[in-house]
Structures are given as C-alpha cells and as structure tokens.
Design a protein around this ligand. Structure first.
Ligand SMILES: CC(=O)SCCNC(=O)CCNC(=O)[C@H](O)C(C)(C)COP(=O)(O)OP(=O)(O)OC[C@H]1O[C@@H](n2cnc3c(N)ncnc32)[C@H](O)[C@@H]1OP(=O)(O)O
Length: 168
C-alpha cells in the first residue's frame, strides 16, 4: 500500500459561528470536524466508502478559542479485515503569536462498506517507520480492549435480562 495515502492533515479556522455559551469553540463542532477528518483519511486510504463504527474516549484537555487555527493530523494506525483505526492529533494555533497547543488526541474506528452498506475488505496497512510501529502496537492493544469491553457489556446486559425475567 502506498503509505503517503495513510496520512492526512486538515486545517480549519475557528470562526465565531462555532462558539459555545462561554465563547470558546463548541465540543460538538470539534467532534464533527474530527469525524470528517477520520472519514477523509480512511476513505482516501482504502479507496472505498466508509462509515464511523466507534470513537474512543475523547477528552477536551484545553479549550479551543474562536480565531485559532485548528490542525488535525490523521493517520491510519491499523487495519483489520474491514476496519481501520484512524488516530488524530489536534493542534490549536494562535494566529498572531503562532503559539501552538496540543489540545486533543483521539481514535476512530472506520469500516469500509460496499454498495449495499455491508462491511468490505480494506488493503492491509503494514507499518514502516518507528512512529507507525508505535501507533500500530497501540492500536492492536486498543482493538483487544474494545473486544473485551463489548464482551463484558454483553455479559452485563444478559445478566440484567435474566434478573429482570426472574422478577415477574
Ligand atoms: C462518517 C459517518 O459519520 S457515518 C454515520 C455514523 N455511522 C453509522 O451510521 C454506521 C452504522 N453502523 C453500521 O452500518 C454497521 O454497524 C457497520 C456497517 C459499520 C458494521 O456492520 P456489522 O455487521 O456490525 O459489521 P461486523 O460485525 O462485521 O464488524 C465490522 C468491523 O467492525 C469492527 N467492530 C465491531 N464492533 C466494534 C466496536 N465496538 N468498535 C470498533 N470496531 C468494531 C469489527 O471488528 C469489524 O472489523 P474487522 O473486519 O476489521 O475485524
């Protein structure tokens, strides 16, 4: 796979229409931007239509201010059969001072779909550089944790259903 296709950078100016009730950029606007970046990165890499399957914990460590430039650095970290983990690092820059802050990092799982909306295979991503190896290793661990979480959640839902059926 051509690795130049596995990374993407998108920069957006934070205009006043994105402000929340206290004048900083609304978290929902940032989430929408991150979803668009993950979509573009995954779709360009795979050459396929993709949908968002899941988003790992997103933590807004610092507010983003109206007037700042927000740059999203996205990379394909890992591919399964039909899914891709896209990691995104978000940097906010004050335009006048040019001071940059790392405000957020997050991980999206995007699934490639065919014409009927069913999952379809993606090209395998093989890491080449030290950064890619590091991200790939982290992504494998997160994939395992997601599977474990799904299984535990299912167990909890099933136990709850059994308990509730015993009440009546
Ligand atoms: C760009 C956008 O905003 S799109 C709008 C928001 N997203 C959507 O509407 C998507 C709605 N969801 C769907 O249509 C379906 O769930 C699909 C097409 C994504 C997946 O269909 P399913 O039949 O559930 O797929 P399936 O069980 O085969 O799993 C597909 C992949 O998702 C992975 N997956 C399953 N559950 C999870 C999870 N909780 N977290 C991360 N990945 C997961 C699977 O491991 C598999 O990847 P792999 O093939 O690389 O191993």
């Amino acid at each position: 796979m051509n690795h130049s296709n596995s990374e993407l950078m998108m920069t957006v100016l934070m205009t006043p229409d994105k402000a929340n009730f206290i004048g900083n950029v609304h978290g929902g606007d940032l989430l929408k931007l991150l979803d668009q970046v993950a979509y573009a990165c995954a779709s360009r890499y795979s050459g396929k239509q993709v949908v968002t399957m899941s988003v790992d914990q997103v933590t807004f460590r610092q507010p983003v201010h109206v007037g700042e430039l927000v740059s999203c650095y996205a990379s394909v970290n890992f591919t399964g059969n039909t899914s891709m983990e896209i990691g995104i690092k978000v940097i906010a820059e004050n335009i006048q001072s040019q001071i940059k802050r790392h405000v957020n990092s997050c991980f999206f799982t995007m699934v490639a779909t065919d014409q009927s909306g069913k999952p379809t295979p993606v090209p395998t991503f093989t890491p080449n550089t030290p950064d890619q190896f590091r991200r790939h290793k982290g992504a494998e661990l997160r994939r395992e944790l997601r599977r474990h979480y799904e299984e535990e959640s299912l167990d909890i839902r099933q136990s709850k259903a059994i308990l509730e059926s015993g009440k009546s």
